[in-house]
Design a protein around this ligand. Structure first.
Ligand code: PXL
Length: 262
């Protein structure tokens, strides 16, 4: 039977990030995609022009609706918007023992707009991160979650250990915001692993983080081990950036339609 992946996150009207990127990514890996919306953004490649949150009870109702009928093999969380939604999502994942949970701790958009209010960050750390199979912060998010300013490779190791102590099974700190190659560091509580790809000189990188975490979830659901899932997803994101579409006047979207072996 086809595997079922659920993304819990925000809608990007521009189609490049958020649940739109997630569902395109699930489809690229031949996994069935479902969505629980937490917020709707009015945005394009240039700006986020508005955000409206979904009432937490309606977030719950969406989750219950797909769970009780279609079933869920794994969940990815993205933009959660506010503390009440973080609380609701953590409670639903906890009550229903979802086996695979990839948490992308989305805090701000590329244009700097707030996608998770500050009270939500505290609850994310307390309630949601302990449920994560994998947490995928970028550098600013890792700094926020660990309290460690990140400048050197050693800072990344220190931050990864502190974040792992919050209770996730593993943490992948993404190096996209640093200079040089795009190198991500995984810590699973025992050992560190490195995943490297060349940096591609383009401004069409809207939705990169969403796509990466959705691809990792799709591959975990299909039975890949964590390191293989990350390796394949890193390759997918790199190719999708290389062949990105120059749509809009700002950061264009990735190309999710590149060929992959199923
Ligand atoms: O990249 C993080 C992200 C997640 N979800 C939504 C977004 C963005 C970034 O713009 O718009 C809905």
């Amino acid at each position: 039977m086809i595997k079922r992946a659920l993304t819990i996150g925000g809608s990007d009207s521009g189609g490049g990030a958020g649940i739109q990127a997630d569902i395109k990514t699930f489809s690229a890996f031949a996994v069935y995609g479902m969505s629980v919306l937490t917020a709707v953004t009015a945005q394009n490649s240039l700006n986020v022009n508005g955000i409206t949150g979904i009432p937490p009870q309606f977030v719950s109702l969406q989750f219950e609706s797909v769970l009780t009928d279609i079933g869920i093999d794994g969940v990815k969380t993205g933009m959660l918007f506010n503390a009440e939604i973080v609380q609701t999502v953590a409670q639903k994942l906890n009550e229903n023992h979802i086996p695979l949970v990839v948490v992308d701790p989305v805090m701000r958009s590329k244009s700097g707009d707030i996608l998770l209010e500050n009270r939500g960050v505290d609850l994310l750390m307390e309630k949601l991160i302990p449920l994560a199979t994998l947490l995928t912060p970028n550098i600013p998010e890792a700094e926020m979650l660990s309290g460690v300013p990140i400048r050197t490779d050693e800072d990344i190791t220190t931050a990864a250990k502190k974040i792992h102590d919050l209770g996730c099974k593993a943490v992948l700190i993404k190096g996209g915001h640093r200079r040089g190659n795009a190198t991500d560091i995984l810590f699973d509580g025992v050992e560190f692993s490195k995943f490297t790809a060349p940096r591609i000189d383009t401004q069409n990188t809207h939705g990169t983080g969403c796509t990466y975490s959705a691809a990792i979830l799709a591959n975990l659901i299909k039975g890949k081990n964590l390191r293989d899932a990350i390796r394949l997803s890193k390759w997918f994101v790199t190719e999708a950036i290389k062949h990105a579409f120059p749509l809009g006047k700002g950061h264009g979207p990735l190309n999710h339609f590149i060929r992959i072996e199923k």
